[in-house]
Design a binder for this molecule. Structure first.
Ligand SMILES: C[S@@+](CC[C@H](N)C(=O)[O-])C[C@H]1O[C@@H](n2cnc3c(N)ncnc32)[C@H](O)[C@@H]1O
Ligand code: SF4
Length: 407
């Protein structure tokens, strides 16, 4: 591996802020996110609000010279949070950091009627974008996915969102059990007619630890998954919503700014149970070298609350990433983007040129096979390459191949 070059990521660049809310009405059988059913009365939202505010204060002490470019309330189901709590959190963020004038503030919402009825109050609290978990556009499949809402409720939630927010998006899960190409084509066509410049389309994965995993459910066969993926790309492209990331499609300019921060290796603060963060700092200004630290909050909500009340934060771990770990994560996330890895940004972020960081033989072979494009701007996959993205990443990083599914 080549020697490190001094590198200068902008340690004062804007930050993204992620706020995790771990509760849901019930646990969906496919979901391995840090979420659990809300037991009424078990924990008061006031406790949670106070604890989030304390974690914000904790991280603000280390980073408050940097403005925020986005805030994302994720979960779990943050649309279960009282709008007054969302307001208090946004308000505190504004006091601790300055919010950029176009700060994107997204809240993940489930489309039950109770949650959709709160959209106006969320907007009043400062939210300017909702991401709605529609998941399927037929009731039978919604039930099979263990969802609490119906198609009618999902359509109503989209309707309400369109009347309130300039920007909103929704998620669908495809390659569901028994779903053929024709079924998905019809559903996607309907979805695209409902889209407002952004949709997230995920292939169903069966994750260890989930109810589906315990029931021995299986993912769609590789060939069918690849056909569904390709069809998805074509239909979205034709509708003016090309993929800007493996599973995310947007009209140019309407991409999720928050998620782009993750995929382009930007810094972000993560508060709430199980949230992760990445913070780059310059511990010794003399050499110009910087370090990126990964932060992890305690995942279990009760232990998280206890730690915050004792120490003012529940950071379980702060770990300095080695140069190689940083390089790997930049490649892994950057190649998920259609624009791929930006050469200048990469060298600024990890002190190595793409040409020396990536396996030279793999670069040349993959380029010749028209699976990647390499030029002075950087490295990106072709449409064909995106079908085997994980295998390409493994070759470029000189590692054994991972799973080959595209989404
Ligand atoms: C944090 S989750 C859920 C947000 C929100 N609580 C909801 O359910 O709508 C974000 C998205 O990941 C997707 N997702 C979660 N588990 C998945 C799985 N096993 N396979 C495919 N997509 C999944 C769903 O589309 C979901 O909306
Ligand atoms: S998919 Fe969403 S609603 Fe379902 S358990 Fe996961 S986070 Fe909760």
């Amino acid at each position: 591996m080549a020697t490190d070059r001094p590198h200068r990521p902008d340690v004062n660049a804007p930050l993204a802020l992620y706020v995790h809310w771990p509760w849901c009405l019930s646990k969906c059988p496919y979901c391995d996110f840090n979420s659990r059913p809300l037991v009424p009365g078990e924990r008061d939202q006031i406790d949670y609000r106070g604890a989030i505010l304390r974690e914000l204060e904790h991280y603000a002490q280390q980073t408050n010279s940097r403005p925020l470019s986005s805030i994302f309330f994720g979960g779990g189901t943050p649309s279960l949070i009282a709008p007054a709590t969302i307001h208090a959190i946004i308000d505190a963020a504004q006091r601790h950091w300055s919010l950029q004038s176009d700060c994107e503030i997204t809240l993940e919402a489930n489309p039950t009627s109770i949650e959709a009825a709160k959209f106006r109050a969320f907007q009043d609290a400062g939210v300017n974008r909702v991401s709605i978990g529609v998941q399927a556009l037929n009731d039978e499949d919604l039930q099979a996915l263990g969802r609490e809402h119906s198609v009618d409720e999902a359509l109503r939630a989209l309707d309400i969102a369109s009347a309130i927010f300039n920007r909103y998006t929704f998620d669908l899960i495809y390659a569901r059990p028994g779903q053929g190409q024709g079924d998905w084509a019809d559903e996607l066509e309907q979805a695209l007619s409902l889209a407002n410049g952004h949709v997230s389309l995920y292939q169903l994965t069966i994750e260890p630890g989930t109810a589906f995993f315990r029931q021995n459910r299986v993912e769609a066969e590789e060939d069918l998954a690849a056909d569904l993926y390709q069809m998805t790309q074509e239909m979205c492209e034709d509708a003016g919503l090309p993929a800007y990331e493996v599973s995310n499609h947007a009209k140019p300019g309407l991409e999720s700014r928050h998620n782009l921060t993750y995929w382009t290796g930007g810094d972000y603060i993560g508060v709430g149970p199980g949230a992760h963060g990445r913070l780059t700092a310059q511990p010794d200004g003399a050499t110009g070298m910087t370090v990126t630290r990964a932060t992890h909050q305690i995942a279990d909500p009760a232990r998280w609350l206890e730690s915050v009340s004792k120490k003012g934060h529940a950071t379980a771990k702060v770990r300095e990433l080695s140069r190689h770990e940083r390089l790997e994560e930049l490649v892994l996330s950057g190649l998920r983007l259609r624009d791929g890895l930006d050469a200048a940004r990469f060298v600024a972020q990890c002190g190595q040129d793409l040409a020396t960081a990536l396996n030279a033989e793999a670069l040349s072979d993959l380029q010749q096979a028209e699976l990647i494009e390499v030029d002075t701007r950087g490295v990106r996959t072709t449409a064909q390459g995106r079908l085997i993205l994980n295998a390409i990443i493994a070759r470029l990083l000189d590692e054994p191949p991972l799973v080959t599914a595209p989404a």
